[in-house]
Design a protein around this ligand. Structure first.
Ligand code: PGA
Length: 251
């Protein structure tokens, strides 16, 4: 049985003070949640505040990006070791906004994933098709390429330590969630890609999260799908009550 993960991606939202206020409200609301792993990904500047606020809770902290080099003349970049030192346990890699606005490619995703793993971070690698790609019937092809050229380049040992997030670009921030069936179809397909590239056992252990307009009112339907091992939540993770009710989907 794969343990579920509910992760919040705050994107470029929340100062340190807002982060502390969020945790003060959120932590008590999820203190009894034992059915899933909880992760929150604040912006870099609020990571430390989040780590301190999450101490003595089961909430793990994630970064939203990293650079693959250990150090160097890379203005504006942050390394895996810096994230570990700041207290991060996870890192999101290859989010569609990074692919769309910051030139991230499958190649950079592969390099970042290896660097994250080498430092002991748990990467959450994002894949997903655009609306045009879905409408022209290319969903599986696009996801397979992103999988093979990203996570597919890892060694089997490395692969056993990653998580994948399927985030159809047309569902992100649009209020247009994939139906549980649409999501489950792609999750199943990605698991088949993993089995083909690696083998059946790491493929069946792989946790695949769904992301794209996950809200308190649709989380239950999504989690009713056995193929969905959790959720990566953007907008609805910014509010303590709303994110807590997503985490507590089972109660
Ligand atoms: P959303 O974002 O929940 O606001 O659609 C999801 C994501 O981008 O991770």
């Amino acid at each position: 049985m794969r343990r579920r993960v509910i992760a919040g991606n705050w994107k470029m939202f929340k100062t340190q003070a807002e982060t502390r206020a969020f945790f003060a409200a959120f932590a008590p609301l999820v203190s009894r949640a034992k059915h899933c792993d909880m992760v929150i990904a604040p912006p870099f500047t609020a990571i430390r505040a989040a780590v301190e606020a999450a101490r003595n809770t089961d909430i793990a902290i994630s970064a939203q990006n990293l650079h693959w080099e250990k150090e160097g003349a890379f203005t504006g970049e942050i390394s895996a070791a810096m994230l570990v030192e700041a207290g991060c346990r996870y890192v999101i890699i290859g989010h569609s906004e990074r692919r769309q606005f910051f030139g991230e490619t499958d190649e950079s995703v592969a390099k970042k994933t290896k660097a994250a793993l080498a430092a002991g971070l748990l990467p959450i690698v994002c894949v997903g098709e655009t609306l045009a790609q879905r409408e022209s019937g290319q969903t599986h092809k696009v996801c397979k390429t992103q999988f093979l050229d990203g996570p597919g380049t890892l060694t089997p040992e490395e692969f056993s330590r990653i998580l994948i997030a399927y985030e159809p670009v047309w569902a992100i921030g649009t209020g247009r969630t994939a139906t549980p069936e649409i999501a489950a179809d792609v999750h199943k397909f990605l698991r088949e890609c993993a089995a083909e590239k690696f083998s059946a056992s790491p493929a069946s252990a792989l946790r695949i999260l769904y992301g794209g307009s996950v809200k308190p009112d649709n989380i239950k339907g999504l989690m009713a799908q056995e193929e969905l091992d959790g959720a990566l939540v953007g907008g609805a993770s910014l509010d303590a009550k709303s994110f807590a009710s997503i985490v507590n989907f089972a109660s």
